[in-house]
Write a protein that binds this ligand. Structure first.
Ligand code: 17E
Ligand code: FE2
Length: 413
Protein backbone atom coordinates (compact mmCIF):
# COMPACT_ATOMS: atom_id res chain seq x y z
CA UNK A 1 0.00 0.00 0.00
CA UNK A 2 1.18 3.54 -0.78
CA UNK A 3 -0.01 6.83 0.65
CA UNK A 4 0.24 9.52 -1.98
CA UNK A 5 0.02 13.34 -1.95
CA UNK A 6 0.92 13.49 1.71
CA UNK A 7 2.13 16.60 3.46
CA UNK A 8 4.58 15.98 6.31
CA UNK A 9 4.89 18.37 9.24
CA UNK A 10 7.82 20.73 8.95
CA UNK A 11 8.74 19.68 5.41
CA UNK A 12 7.97 21.42 2.08
CA UNK A 13 6.20 19.71 -0.81
CA UNK A 14 4.32 16.44 -1.12
CA UNK A 15 5.41 12.88 -0.42
CA UNK A 16 4.61 9.30 -1.27
CA UNK A 17 4.88 6.96 1.71
CA UNK A 18 5.45 3.36 0.67
CA UNK A 19 4.30 0.66 3.04
CA UNK A 20 5.51 -2.92 2.82
CA UNK A 21 3.96 -5.40 5.19
CA UNK A 22 3.75 -3.75 8.62
CA UNK A 23 6.54 -1.19 8.04
CA UNK A 24 7.23 2.08 6.26
CA UNK A 25 9.51 1.07 3.38
CA UNK A 26 10.19 4.44 1.71
CA UNK A 27 9.32 8.13 1.84
CA UNK A 28 9.69 9.66 -1.59
CA UNK A 29 9.49 13.39 -2.40
CA UNK A 30 6.89 14.08 -5.11
CA UNK A 31 7.67 17.81 -5.54
CA UNK A 32 4.73 20.21 -5.41
CA UNK A 33 2.39 18.55 -7.89
CA UNK A 34 -0.35 16.16 -6.86
CA UNK A 35 0.12 12.70 -8.40
CA UNK A 36 -2.66 10.53 -9.80
CA UNK A 37 -3.23 7.46 -7.66
CA UNK A 38 -3.00 3.83 -8.63
CA UNK A 39 -5.67 1.39 -7.44
CA UNK A 40 -5.12 0.56 -3.78
CA UNK A 41 -3.34 3.84 -2.98
CA UNK A 42 -4.56 6.03 -0.15
CA UNK A 43 -4.74 9.63 -1.38
CA UNK A 44 -3.98 12.17 1.37
CA UNK A 45 -5.21 14.93 -0.97
CA UNK A 46 -2.36 17.28 -0.02
CA UNK A 47 -3.29 17.14 3.63
CA UNK A 48 -1.13 16.16 6.60
CA UNK A 49 -0.04 12.62 7.31
CA UNK A 50 1.12 12.28 10.93
CA UNK A 51 1.94 9.49 13.32
CA UNK A 52 -1.07 8.39 15.40
CA UNK A 53 -2.50 10.56 18.13
CA UNK A 54 -1.53 9.49 21.64
CA UNK A 55 -3.69 9.44 24.76
CA UNK A 56 -1.07 9.85 27.51
CA UNK A 57 -3.45 10.09 30.47
CA UNK A 58 -6.86 8.47 30.90
CA UNK A 59 -8.62 6.40 33.57
CA UNK A 60 -10.19 3.54 31.60
CA UNK A 61 -11.44 1.76 34.73
CA UNK A 62 -13.71 4.71 35.58
CA UNK A 63 -14.97 5.84 32.17
CA UNK A 64 -18.70 5.77 31.42
CA UNK A 65 -19.74 5.62 35.09
CA UNK A 66 -20.87 9.22 35.76
CA UNK A 67 -23.93 9.26 38.03
CA UNK A 68 -23.53 5.63 39.14
CA UNK A 69 -24.74 5.59 41.83
CA UNK A 70 -24.39 9.32 42.50
CA UNK A 71 -23.37 12.42 40.54
CA UNK A 72 -20.48 14.61 41.62
CA UNK A 73 -22.50 17.67 42.66
CA UNK A 74 -19.66 19.95 43.81
CA UNK A 75 -17.46 19.40 40.77
CA UNK A 76 -14.36 18.97 42.94
CA UNK A 77 -11.61 16.38 42.62
CA UNK A 78 -12.26 15.29 46.19
CA UNK A 79 -15.95 14.60 45.70
CA UNK A 80 -14.99 12.73 42.53
CA UNK A 81 -12.77 10.45 44.61
CA UNK A 82 -15.66 9.85 47.06
CA UNK A 83 -18.14 9.11 44.27
CA UNK A 84 -15.65 6.72 42.64
CA UNK A 85 -15.12 4.92 45.97
CA UNK A 86 -18.90 4.20 45.90
CA UNK A 87 -18.84 3.03 42.28
CA UNK A 88 -15.75 0.91 42.95
CA UNK A 89 -17.82 -1.27 45.31
CA UNK A 90 -19.99 -2.24 42.31
CA UNK A 91 -17.25 -3.05 39.80
CA UNK A 92 -16.86 -6.50 38.36
CA UNK A 93 -14.27 -7.98 36.02
CA UNK A 94 -16.72 -7.93 33.10
CA UNK A 95 -17.98 -4.42 33.85
CA UNK A 96 -14.43 -3.02 33.74
CA UNK A 97 -13.60 -4.90 30.56
CA UNK A 98 -16.76 -3.81 28.76
CA UNK A 99 -16.41 -0.11 29.59
CA UNK A 100 -12.66 0.01 28.93
CA UNK A 101 -13.07 -1.73 25.58
CA UNK A 102 -15.92 0.55 24.56
CA UNK A 103 -13.88 3.62 25.49
CA UNK A 104 -10.84 2.37 23.60
CA UNK A 105 -13.12 2.11 20.56
CA UNK A 106 -13.97 5.80 21.01
CA UNK A 107 -10.27 6.65 21.12
CA UNK A 108 -9.53 4.57 18.02
CA UNK A 109 -12.33 6.35 16.16
CA UNK A 110 -10.42 9.59 16.72
CA UNK A 111 -7.04 8.38 15.51
CA UNK A 112 -5.46 7.32 18.81
CA UNK A 113 -3.22 4.24 18.73
CA UNK A 114 -1.20 4.62 21.95
CA UNK A 115 -2.85 4.87 25.37
CA UNK A 116 -1.55 5.19 28.93
CA UNK A 117 -4.30 4.34 31.40
CA UNK A 118 -4.22 4.80 35.15
CA UNK A 119 -5.93 1.91 36.94
CA UNK A 120 -6.99 2.20 40.57
CA UNK A 121 -5.15 -0.37 42.69
CA UNK A 122 -6.52 0.77 46.06
CA UNK A 123 -8.78 -2.27 46.02
CA UNK A 124 -7.84 -5.39 48.01
CA UNK A 125 -8.93 -7.65 45.14
CA UNK A 126 -7.29 -5.62 42.33
CA UNK A 127 -10.37 -6.25 40.17
CA UNK A 128 -9.73 -3.38 37.76
CA UNK A 129 -6.08 -4.21 37.28
CA UNK A 130 -6.77 -7.87 36.49
CA UNK A 131 -9.41 -6.86 33.95
CA UNK A 132 -7.19 -4.25 32.32
CA UNK A 133 -4.31 -6.69 31.88
CA UNK A 134 -6.70 -8.80 29.78
CA UNK A 135 -8.01 -5.80 27.86
CA UNK A 136 -4.43 -4.73 27.01
CA UNK A 137 -3.95 -8.08 25.24
CA UNK A 138 -7.36 -8.14 23.55
CA UNK A 139 -7.03 -4.70 21.94
CA UNK A 140 -3.44 -5.12 20.76
CA UNK A 141 -4.42 -4.86 17.09
CA UNK A 142 -6.04 -1.46 17.73
CA UNK A 143 -3.88 0.25 20.32
CA UNK A 144 -0.80 -0.15 22.48
CA UNK A 145 -1.88 0.19 26.11
CA UNK A 146 0.37 1.06 29.04
CA UNK A 147 -1.12 0.34 32.47
CA UNK A 148 -0.27 2.57 35.43
CA UNK A 149 -0.67 1.09 38.92
CA UNK A 150 -2.52 4.10 40.33
CA UNK A 151 -3.20 4.30 44.08
CA UNK A 152 -6.34 6.49 43.96
CA UNK A 153 -6.80 6.49 47.76
CA UNK A 154 -3.11 6.68 48.60
CA UNK A 155 -0.10 4.44 49.09
CA UNK A 156 0.61 5.31 52.72
CA UNK A 157 -2.97 6.31 53.67
CA UNK A 158 -4.70 3.18 52.34
CA UNK A 159 -4.57 -0.20 54.08
CA UNK A 160 -1.83 -2.34 52.53
CA UNK A 161 -1.19 0.38 49.96
CA UNK A 162 2.46 -0.51 49.48
CA UNK A 163 1.71 -4.23 49.08
CA UNK A 164 -1.06 -3.53 46.55
CA UNK A 165 1.32 -1.40 44.45
CA UNK A 166 3.98 -4.09 44.54
CA UNK A 167 1.46 -6.78 43.61
CA UNK A 168 0.09 -4.68 40.75
CA UNK A 169 3.56 -4.37 39.25
CA UNK A 170 4.13 -8.12 39.66
CA UNK A 171 0.83 -8.72 37.83
CA UNK A 172 1.94 -6.71 34.83
CA UNK A 173 1.52 -2.96 35.33
CA UNK A 174 3.95 -1.09 33.07
CA UNK A 175 4.10 2.15 35.03
CA UNK A 176 4.17 3.06 38.73
CA UNK A 177 1.79 5.84 39.83
CA UNK A 178 1.20 7.93 42.93
CA UNK A 179 -1.00 10.61 44.48
CA UNK A 180 1.13 12.43 47.09
CA UNK A 181 -1.22 15.43 47.49
CA UNK A 182 -3.99 13.05 48.64
CA UNK A 183 -1.95 11.25 51.31
CA UNK A 184 -2.99 12.19 54.84
CA UNK A 185 0.14 14.15 55.68
CA UNK A 186 2.95 15.94 53.91
CA UNK A 187 5.38 13.34 55.30
CA UNK A 188 3.33 10.49 53.84
CA UNK A 189 3.29 12.30 50.51
CA UNK A 190 7.08 12.46 50.54
CA UNK A 191 7.53 8.86 51.65
CA UNK A 192 5.04 7.67 49.03
CA UNK A 193 7.24 9.21 46.33
CA UNK A 194 10.39 7.57 47.69
CA UNK A 195 8.55 4.24 47.84
CA UNK A 196 7.19 4.44 44.29
CA UNK A 197 10.53 5.56 42.84
CA UNK A 198 12.25 2.62 44.54
CA UNK A 199 9.62 0.26 43.17
CA UNK A 200 10.06 1.60 39.64
CA UNK A 201 13.84 1.55 39.79
CA UNK A 202 13.88 -2.01 41.09
CA UNK A 203 11.41 -3.36 38.53
CA UNK A 204 12.32 -1.27 35.48
CA UNK A 205 8.87 0.33 35.30
CA UNK A 206 8.20 3.83 34.06
CA UNK A 207 6.74 6.38 36.51
CA UNK A 208 3.67 8.63 36.16
CA UNK A 209 2.52 10.42 39.30
CA UNK A 210 -0.66 12.42 39.80
CA UNK A 211 1.25 15.28 41.38
CA UNK A 212 -0.14 18.36 43.13
CA UNK A 213 -3.62 18.12 41.58
CA UNK A 214 -4.96 20.87 43.83
CA UNK A 215 -5.11 24.67 43.89
CA UNK A 216 -3.24 24.59 47.22
CA UNK A 217 -0.03 26.55 46.58
CA UNK A 218 1.54 24.71 49.53
CA UNK A 219 1.28 21.40 47.67
CA UNK A 220 4.95 20.99 46.71
CA UNK A 221 5.44 17.34 45.86
CA UNK A 222 6.69 18.10 42.34
CA UNK A 223 10.01 19.23 43.79
CA UNK A 224 10.29 15.92 45.64
CA UNK A 225 9.49 13.88 42.52
CA UNK A 226 11.92 15.92 40.42
CA UNK A 227 14.76 15.61 42.93
CA UNK A 228 14.24 11.84 43.35
CA UNK A 229 14.29 11.60 39.56
CA UNK A 230 17.44 13.72 39.20
CA UNK A 231 19.38 11.79 41.82
CA UNK A 232 18.48 8.45 40.22
CA UNK A 233 19.05 9.69 36.66
CA UNK A 234 15.59 8.48 35.60
CA UNK A 235 14.44 11.72 33.89
CA UNK A 236 13.00 10.56 30.57
CA UNK A 237 11.23 7.65 32.31
CA UNK A 238 9.30 9.84 34.75
CA UNK A 239 6.15 11.90 34.22
CA UNK A 240 4.43 14.41 36.47
CA UNK A 241 0.71 14.55 35.63
CA UNK A 242 -1.54 17.53 36.36
CA UNK A 243 0.85 19.59 38.59
CA UNK A 244 -1.95 22.16 38.71
CA UNK A 245 -0.70 23.68 41.98
CA UNK A 246 2.02 25.20 39.78
CA UNK A 247 -0.69 27.54 38.52
CA UNK A 248 -0.93 28.84 42.10
CA UNK A 249 2.77 28.91 43.06
CA UNK A 250 4.25 32.37 43.34
CA UNK A 251 6.79 33.27 40.70
CA UNK A 252 9.75 33.45 43.09
CA UNK A 253 9.27 29.81 44.10
CA UNK A 254 8.46 28.69 40.58
CA UNK A 255 11.60 30.31 39.17
CA UNK A 256 13.73 28.25 41.52
CA UNK A 257 11.64 25.13 40.88
CA UNK A 258 12.14 25.36 37.11
CA UNK A 259 15.91 25.00 37.52
CA UNK A 260 15.37 21.66 39.25
CA UNK A 261 12.70 20.55 36.79
CA UNK A 262 15.05 21.18 33.86
CA UNK A 263 17.89 19.29 35.56
CA UNK A 264 15.57 16.38 36.32
CA UNK A 265 14.45 15.87 32.70
CA UNK A 266 10.93 14.75 33.65
CA UNK A 267 7.91 14.91 31.33
CA UNK A 268 4.63 16.70 32.02
CA UNK A 269 1.02 15.89 31.18
CA UNK A 270 -1.73 18.49 31.45
CA UNK A 271 -5.42 17.59 31.19
CA UNK A 272 -6.86 21.02 30.42
CA UNK A 273 -10.59 20.25 30.16
CA UNK A 274 -10.49 18.20 33.34
CA UNK A 275 -8.54 20.79 35.31
CA UNK A 276 -10.58 23.81 34.18
CA UNK A 277 -13.62 21.84 35.41
CA UNK A 278 -12.27 20.46 38.73
CA UNK A 279 -10.03 23.28 39.89
CA UNK A 280 -10.85 26.84 40.98
CA UNK A 281 -13.78 25.35 42.90
CA UNK A 282 -12.94 26.92 46.24
CA UNK A 283 -12.37 30.38 44.71
CA UNK A 284 -14.68 33.35 44.45
CA UNK A 285 -13.66 35.96 41.92
CA UNK A 286 -11.05 36.43 40.60
CA UNK A 287 -11.07 32.68 39.98
CA UNK A 288 -7.97 30.66 39.15
CA UNK A 289 -7.74 28.62 35.96
CA UNK A 290 -6.19 25.74 37.93
CA UNK A 291 -3.80 24.47 35.27
CA UNK A 292 -0.10 23.91 35.31
CA UNK A 293 2.20 26.34 33.46
CA UNK A 294 2.02 24.58 30.10
CA UNK A 295 3.36 27.39 27.91
CA UNK A 296 6.17 28.16 30.35
CA UNK A 297 7.21 24.48 30.60
CA UNK A 298 7.28 24.34 26.82
CA UNK A 299 9.22 27.61 26.47
CA UNK A 300 11.78 26.32 28.97
CA UNK A 301 12.49 23.43 26.58
CA UNK A 302 10.82 20.76 28.71
CA UNK A 303 8.44 18.11 27.38
CA UNK A 304 4.71 18.65 27.90
CA UNK A 305 1.63 17.06 26.31
CA UNK A 306 -2.16 17.05 26.66
CA UNK A 307 -4.46 14.22 27.82
CA UNK A 308 -8.21 13.67 28.25
CA UNK A 309 -8.10 12.17 31.79
CA UNK A 310 -11.82 11.31 31.90
CA UNK A 311 -14.72 10.37 29.68
CA UNK A 312 -18.07 10.52 31.49
CA UNK A 313 -16.85 9.56 34.96
CA UNK A 314 -17.21 10.88 38.54
CA UNK A 315 -14.70 13.64 37.79
CA UNK A 316 -15.89 14.89 34.41
CA UNK A 317 -19.28 14.38 32.73
CA UNK A 318 -18.37 14.96 29.05
CA UNK A 319 -15.88 13.62 26.52
CA UNK A 320 -16.08 11.52 23.37
CA UNK A 321 -12.55 10.28 22.74
CA UNK A 322 -11.59 13.21 20.52
CA UNK A 323 -8.20 14.45 21.69
CA UNK A 324 -8.36 17.33 19.17
CA UNK A 325 -11.09 18.78 21.36
CA UNK A 326 -8.67 18.70 24.29
CA UNK A 327 -6.01 20.35 22.16
CA UNK A 328 -8.33 23.17 21.14
CA UNK A 329 -9.49 23.79 24.70
CA UNK A 330 -5.95 23.55 26.06
CA UNK A 331 -4.58 26.08 23.60
CA UNK A 332 -7.27 28.52 24.71
CA UNK A 333 -6.93 27.92 28.44
CA UNK A 334 -3.11 28.01 28.40
CA UNK A 335 -2.85 31.22 26.31
CA UNK A 336 -1.29 29.30 23.45
CA UNK A 337 -3.17 30.71 20.47
CA UNK A 338 -0.15 32.76 19.36
CA UNK A 339 1.00 32.24 15.77
CA UNK A 340 4.08 30.21 16.67
CA UNK A 341 2.19 27.89 19.00
CA UNK A 342 -0.44 27.29 16.32
CA UNK A 343 2.25 26.32 13.79
CA UNK A 344 3.34 23.35 15.91
CA UNK A 345 0.39 22.65 18.20
CA UNK A 346 -0.03 19.04 17.07
CA UNK A 347 3.20 18.30 18.96
CA UNK A 348 1.05 18.40 22.11
CA UNK A 349 -0.94 15.32 21.07
CA UNK A 350 1.67 13.47 18.98
CA UNK A 351 5.46 13.74 19.35
CA UNK A 352 5.53 15.18 22.88
CA UNK A 353 3.12 12.52 24.11
CA UNK A 354 5.09 9.74 22.40
CA UNK A 355 8.19 10.98 24.22
CA UNK A 356 6.29 10.92 27.52
CA UNK A 357 5.31 7.30 26.87
CA UNK A 358 8.89 6.37 25.89
CA UNK A 359 7.67 5.02 22.54
CA UNK A 360 11.09 5.59 20.95
CA UNK A 361 11.47 4.06 17.49
CA UNK A 362 8.05 2.44 17.60
CA UNK A 363 6.65 5.89 16.74
CA UNK A 364 7.12 8.34 13.88
CA UNK A 365 6.94 8.58 10.11
CA UNK A 366 10.39 7.22 9.31
CA UNK A 367 11.60 4.43 7.07
CA UNK A 368 11.76 1.14 8.96
CA UNK A 369 9.26 2.09 11.64
CA UNK A 370 5.80 0.50 12.03
CA UNK A 371 3.35 1.73 9.40
CA UNK A 372 1.13 3.45 11.95
CA UNK A 373 -0.15 6.79 10.70
CA UNK A 374 -3.10 9.11 10.20
CA UNK A 375 -4.44 10.95 7.17
CA UNK A 376 -5.79 14.25 8.49
CA UNK A 377 -8.36 16.63 7.01
CA UNK A 378 -6.13 19.74 6.87
CA UNK A 379 -2.74 20.71 5.40
CA UNK A 380 -1.12 22.09 8.56
CA UNK A 381 -1.41 22.29 12.35
CA UNK A 382 -3.05 25.71 12.40
CA UNK A 383 -5.75 24.78 9.90
CA UNK A 384 -6.33 21.48 11.66
CA UNK A 385 -7.41 23.19 14.90
CA UNK A 386 -9.09 26.15 13.23
CA UNK A 387 -11.31 23.97 11.07
CA UNK A 388 -11.94 21.51 13.91
CA UNK A 389 -10.57 18.85 11.61
CA UNK A 390 -10.50 15.10 12.02
CA UNK A 391 -8.32 12.06 11.53
CA UNK A 392 -9.92 10.65 8.35
CA UNK A 393 -7.99 7.41 8.06
CA UNK A 394 -6.00 5.54 10.69
CA UNK A 395 -3.47 2.99 9.43
CA UNK A 396 -2.00 0.46 11.86
CA UNK A 397 0.66 -2.08 11.00
CA UNK A 398 0.06 -1.35 7.33
CA UNK A 399 -3.71 -1.94 7.44
CA UNK A 400 -6.58 0.56 7.50
CA UNK A 401 -7.96 0.47 11.04
CA UNK A 402 -10.48 3.33 10.89
CA UNK A 403 -11.98 5.45 8.16
CA UNK A 404 -14.13 8.51 8.88
CA UNK A 405 -16.46 10.19 6.42
CA UNK A 406 -16.78 13.89 7.22
CA UNK A 407 -20.20 15.50 7.45
CA UNK A 408 -21.53 16.56 4.07
CA UNK A 409 -23.23 19.98 4.12
CA UNK A 410 -25.51 21.18 1.31
CA UNK A 411 -26.46 24.84 0.91
CA UNK A 412 -29.84 25.10 -0.71
CA UNK A 413 -30.26 28.89 -0.84
N1 17E B 1 -8.42 10.55 39.87
C1 17E B 1 -7.69 11.62 40.26
O1 17E B 1 -7.07 11.60 41.33
N2 17E B 1 -7.65 12.71 39.46
C2 17E B 1 -8.31 12.74 38.32
N3 17E B 1 -8.23 13.84 37.55
C3 17E B 1 -9.09 11.62 37.90
C4 17E B 1 -9.11 10.54 38.72
C5 17E B 1 -9.87 11.65 36.63
FE1 FE2 C 1 -5.78 11.54 36.15
Amino acid sequence: MNIINARLRGKPGLYRIEVQGQRIAAIVAQGDGAAPGAPGDLDAQQNLVVPPFVEPHIHLDATLTAGEPNWNMSGTLFEGIERWAERKQLTTHEDIKARATKTIGMLVDHGIQHVRTHVDVTDPSLTALKAMVEVREQVRDWVDVQIVAFPQEGIESFANGRALMTEAVAMGADVVGGIPHFENTRDQGVSSIKFLMDLAERTGCLVDVHCDETDDPQSRFLEVLAEETRVRGMGARVTASHTVAMGSYDNAYCYKLFRLLKMSGINFVSCPTESIHLQGRYDGYPKRRGLTRVAEIDRAGMNVCFGQDSIVDPWYPLGNGNILRILEAGLHICHMLGYEDLQRCLDLITDNSARTLNLGERYGIEVGRPANLLLLSAPDDYEMVRSQGHALVSVRNGQVLMRRTPAHVERLG
